[in-house]
Design a protein. Structure first.
Length: 344
């Protein structure tokens, strides 16, 4: 019975009764996030869930985005509001491993996880996974893509899709309601469903606990074409911005702030060999891009990131003389709509 249940969950037989949860089960091969899950998310999910206005603020370009989950309050899409809202930039204002710890997202930010972090049961993990539910719904209800002559514009009305269920039960009701209206809401939304192998990979990964990256890629220390290594360039840049200088301190601060205001959205790189930076290469193979950030006191990993709405602002209590200009590697998937490159 146990083998039948897990087989059913992994391969889409969702109608089977799951009244007797499975406590221990031998799953197939171990699924690795970096090598198997992330490339799948990059190919099928990142195009929509890869920028600041990602649906439900769910960022699927990094494991930190999966951990943060989706936002409950959908005010970001409220076209009638007249005032700006608090930003939710992942890695600055938002939850992230080791990022901006003093302001890590919690209940006050109204984000909710999309997978069950509290259970060790593979079946419970599968039953409570938002991704599994949405992917299965898309496969079972492909929608107008399979209907000759269907009006795609009417079938996929963006306004009706702007709903962010906050529990698996809410998601079930939403999917049923949308299906009754003839508006299937499975994922990928408005696109072909995932194939059997992709679904199998996702379900095994979820059943195994939705584990993150196995290791962190080190900052590249080897030089290309005889040039300096990334570590050497980063050290020189941070020394230039923050180290002793013959320039008057007030002038140096003004210049630093001016440069930061122009580069705070940029993806920085250090080699003129563009082939090294192709974004379609696996993360482990391509050269790294970096972003310029501000920190309080030092550029140490644990130092607080300064997160303000505008690049010339400072948080209350932080003086400009304590601002350090630092560089952080971009480990999330790079999408073209936010890829503004500068050669340093």
């Amino acid at each position: 019975m146990r083998s039948l249940l897990i087989f059913a969950m992994l391969f889409g037989l969702n109608a089977i009764s799951l009244a007797n949860p499975i406590d221990e089960i031998v799953l197939p091969e171990n699924i690795r996030f970096t090598e198997q899950v992330k490339p799948l998310l990059d190919r099928r999910c990142a195009v929509c869930h890869g920028c600041y206005n990602a649906p439900c603020q769910l960022k699927l370009t990094s494991y930190e985005g999966l951990q943060r989950g989706l936002i409950q309050d959908h005010i970001v899409y409220d076209t009638k509001r007249r005032k700006s809202i608090e930003p939710t930039r992942l890695g600055f204002d938002a939850f992230g491993s080791g990022w901006h710890k003093a302001h890590a997202f919690g209940e006050d930010k109204q984000f909710t996880p999309i997978y069950d972090e509290k259970t060790d049961s593979p079946v419970d993990r599968l039953e409570n996974s938002f991704i599994v539910k949405l992917v299965d719904n898309r496969r079972e209800n492909p929608g107008p893509l399979n209907d000759q002559g269907a009006d795609l514009y009417d079938s996929f009305q963006a306004e009706k899709s702007r709903v962010c269920p906050t529990t698996p039960q809410d998601l079930n009701r939403h999917l049923i309601d949308r299906l009754a209206e003839g508006q299937p809401s499975g994922m990928p939304y408005g696109l072909p469903a995932l194939d059997d192998e992709q679904v199998r990979t996702l379900k095994i990964w979820v059943a195994q606990g939705s584990q993150g990256p196995e290791s962190i890629k080190p900052v590249q220390s080897s030089a290309t074409a005889g040039g300096p290594s990334d570590k050497e360039v980063l050290s020189a840049l941070e020394q230039y911005f923050n180290g002793p200088s013959d320039i008057k301190k007030s002038k140096r601060r003004l210049v630093n702030r001016y440069i930061y205001e122009h580069l705070f959205l940029a993806h920085l790189y250090f080699s003129e060999d563009e082939a090294d930076y192709r974004t379609n290469l696996p993360l482990a193979q391509r050269r790294d891009f970096y972003e310029m950030i501000r920190k309080v006191g030092s550029c140490d990993a644990d130092a607080e990131v300064i997160a303000t709405r505008k690049p010339w602002q400072l948080p209350e209590g932080v003086k400009e003389k304590n601002v350090k200009y630092c560089f952080r590697r971009i480990d999330s998937t790079i999408v073209h709509k936010t890829h503004i490159t500068y050669l340093m």
